[in-house]
Design a protein around this ligand. Structure first.
Ligand SMILES: [Zn+2]
Ligand SMILES: [Zn+2]
Length: 108
């Protein structure tokens, strides 16, 4: 699997600093020539881990986990029924106009 992490320029005087995301295989900043460092793809924090699977910092990871949990909890609260309804909506949208067509129009 290829390294999906992003690299950033560590030079805070550089115009690319916290602006340009480089690929893992890039070595040097194109703007200032500084050696690139692995950074969090969300907040530009220097990555402490050498794990190629970890492209975001621990903080952002915790945040992402929170959100995941929230979505799961919300899903549980609403129940699977809501998901089924949501899935059925596109079909319903197609059917509704046809049903309306068949509805009796104003009686004269
Ligand atoms: Zn630079
Ligand atoms: Zn981060």
């Amino acid at each position: 699997m290829s390294d999906k992490r992003v690299k950033g320029c560590p030079n805070d005087k550089c115009k690319d600093y916290k602006k340009t995301k480089y690929k893992a295989e890039d070595k040097y900043c194109k703007a200032c020539g500084s050696e690139l460092v692995f950074v969090c793809s969300k907040c530009w924090t220097l990555l402490a881990s050498d794990d190629p699977k970890k492209k975001i910092c621990a903080k952002c990871e915790a945040k992402a986990e929170d959100r995941k949990e929230m979505i799961i909890n919300t899903g549980k609260a609403i129940g699977n029924g809501a998901l089924a309804v949501a899935a059925a909506i596109p079909a319903a949208v197609k059917i509704i106009p046809k049903v309306i067509d068949k509805l009796p129009t104003k009686k004269s």
